[in-house]
Structure formats: structure tokens, C-alpha cells
Ligand binder design. Structure first.
Ligand code: PBG
Length: 321
């Protein structure tokens, strides 16, 4: 007659709701992407990424304390070099923009500093590797990734995050790190990185727009689910310490698939387009930006991610305090 099972009983008060909340977000789960441009003298803003700034290579104290004061403990660093060339040489220069940024941050803070490893911000054609007849050459690119990993670890990076989607990149980087005295430096592999239109605003910030072509020959096509499992399994076999799904919100099923098949920690990248859409709607007053930020990050964790890379990290950390 009356329902014996009343789901509403445990929803009746805030105390009860909190008690049975299954998924929570902690500040230590969050990674904030940050950008450095060695041609800058002052901070640069990007209209398509409100709230995201690109830093010049100075005042590391201020940059680090602004981040740590929000509560954020982890950052992933991207660099914009002053010079680009076909081989992306500035990506693996000991004095490259990212190497200097890592050193600067490590010298003055306890932040966990992760280095994104890719060539697309450093090549004049904008591809993630070396071009041959208009195609990215896999194995030659791996050698440059290996060099880049060593230079980033030498600079003090706490973790290396290869995002170029070359086959065998985790093996190449693990070998390089091990033979250069960095056997304890973990790898967070962008394992299932889709060829996504959600990266648009990132390319405005990181100045990594493609001259010609697209990234379909190495990034995954968005309809594929089984392939993501193969990618991730290969990365785990190759020694990835953490695997990543990117973007996050349109790929929550992939996060769940991987959660059910692997024991390694899973990261998910809430990418620039996801952030920009929420910010744009919130700025117009069309949605409640704070509520959507929280809901979106929580849903990524509920899908199975342990770690969320997000441009909201500072705002979210402040909300959690
Ligand atoms: C570099 C890289 C990209 C992003 C992270 N690392 C750009 C790309 O693949 O085009 C995108 C991040 C974002 O959109 O927030 N390969």
C-alpha cells in the first residue's frame, strides 16, 4: 500500500544527504593547467578562456603563492616558446620555456609540478611530432619525446605527461627516464586522447594552432570505445603509472570502462572547450556557473576518475575550503 522503501528518508536533511554522498571531490584530486610564454613581460589573458592567464617567466613566488593560497597543490605546465621550428627544438632545450618554468616553480614552492610533454606548441607546423611528406613520423618523434622527458625531469618535474598520442611513447619515455637517473619519476599518459573540437580555446592560449591538416592520424576518433581500452592497456603494459582520458565530459563512458578494467589511477582532463562553454553560459547568466563547475567535476569522479585536470581547479579549491 504505502511504500516501505522511501528513498526520500535519506534526503530529508543536509546532514543525512552528506552522510550518504557517494562521490566527493578533494582539493588533492585536482590539477590546474598553467601556461608560460617566454616572450611575455606581463600576464596575458585570452578572451575564449576567461580566468585563465598566461604567465611571463618571472615572479614565480607570486604565481606559486597565488595558486597555493587557493588550496591547489598540483599543476600541469605548458609552455609557449619564442621560437618554433620543424623539430620543436625548444621542447627539449635545457633552457626551454617549460624547463625554466618548472625550475622556477620548484625553487619556491611545494607544488607538484607535472610537465605536459608534446611538440605541438614548439613546432612551426603545429603538429605533435616531426613531419615527413605531411605525415607525422612516429618513431623519429619518439626520440624527441625521450629527450624532452629527460630535460623536463632534469629541470625538476615531479611527473611527465606525454600527450602526443605516438605509439610506444610511454616505453620510449620510461626508458629515457630510467637511463638518465629518473627511475622514480612517474608517467601520466594521455592514453585515450580524442581528436576533439573541445580543444579549440587551448590552441588560442598555447598558440598551437595547426598550419595545415588535422590530428586525425594520431588522436582517436570520437566514436571509438574499444580502441580506448586497447590504448590504455598498452600504456599500462608500457609502464604508465596513471592513465588519462581526454576530454572528460563527452567521454564519461570511457572513464567508466577503464575504471572497470584497470587498477591504475585514472585522470580525466576537463578541457578548454568544456571550461569555456560553462564560463560563457555563466557569464551570460544562463546557468549557475559555480553549481555547474561542481556538478561537472563530481560527475567526472563518479564516472571513475581519481584525478581531474581542470581550469576550474582554483575556483573549485576555494569552494571546497
Ligand atoms: C598538447 C595538448 C593539447 C591539450 C593538452 N595538451 C592540445 C591538442 O592536442 O591540441 C588540450 C587541452 C585543452 O583543450 O584544454 N598536445
Amino acid at each position: 500500500m504505502y511504500p516501505k522503501n522511501r528513498m526520500r528518508r535519506l534526503r530529508a536533511t543536509e546532514g543525512l544527504r552528506d552522510m550518504v554522498e557517494e562521490t566527493t571531490v578533494r582539493t588533492s584530486d585536482l590539477i590546474l593547467p598553467i601556461f608560460f610564454d617566454e616572450t611575455l613581460d606581463e600576464i596575458r589573458t585570452t578572451p575564449s578562456m576567461p580566468g585563465v592567464v598566461t604567465y611571463p617567466l618571472k615572479d614565480f613566488d607570486n604565481i606559486a603563492s597565488e595558486i597555493t593560497e587557493s588550496g591547489v597543490r598540483n599543476v600541469i605546465v605548458f609552455g609557449v616558446p619564442s621560437e618554433k621550428d620543424p623539430y620543436g627544438k625548444q621542447a627539449y632545450s635545457a633552457n626551454g620555456v617549460v624547463q625554466r618554468a618548472i625550475r622556477g616553480l620548484k625553487d619556491c614552492s611545494d607544488l607538484t609540478v607535472i610537465a605536459d610533454l608534446c611538440l605541438c606548441e614548439y613546432t612551426d607546423h603545429g603538429h605533435c611530432g616531426v613531419l615527413h611528406d605531411g605525415h607525422v613520423e612516429n618513431d623519429e618523434t619518439l626520440e624527441l619525446y625521450a629527450e624532452t622527458a629527460i630535460s623536463q625531469a632534469d629541470a625538476g618535474a615531479d611527473m611527465i605527461a606525454p600527450s602526443g598520442m605516438m605509439d610506444g611513447q610511454v616505453t620510449a619515455i620510461r626508458d629515457a627516464l630510467d637511463r638518465s637517473g629518473h627511475s622514480m619519476t612517474p608517467i601520466m599518459a594521455y592514453s585515450a586522447k580524442y581528436c576533439s573540437a573541445f580543444y579549440g580555446p587551448f590552441r588560442d592560449v598555447a598558440c598551437s594552432c595547426l598550419g595545415r591538416g588535422n590530428r586525425k592520424e594520431y588522436q582517436m576518433q570520437c566514436g571509438n570505445r574499444r580502441e580506448a581500452i586497447r590504448e590504455a592497456m598498452l600504456d599500462v603494459e608500457e609502464g604508465a603509472d596513471i592513465i588519462m582520458v581526454k576530454p572528460a565530459m563527452s567521454y564519461l563512458d570511457i572513464i567508466r570502462d577503464l575504471r572497470e578494467r584497470t587498477e591504475v589511477p585514472i585522470a580525466a582532463y576537463q578541457v578548454s572547450g568544456e571550461y569555456a562553454m560553462i564560463k560563457a553560459a555563466a557569464t551570460n547568466g544562463w546557468v549557475n556557473g559555480t553549481a555547474i563547475m561542481k556538478e561537472s567535476i563530481q560527475s567526472i569522479k563518479r564516472a571513475g576518475a581519481d584525478i581531474v585536470i581542470t581550469y576550474f581547479a582554483k575556483e573549485m579549491a576555494e569552494l571546497l575550503r
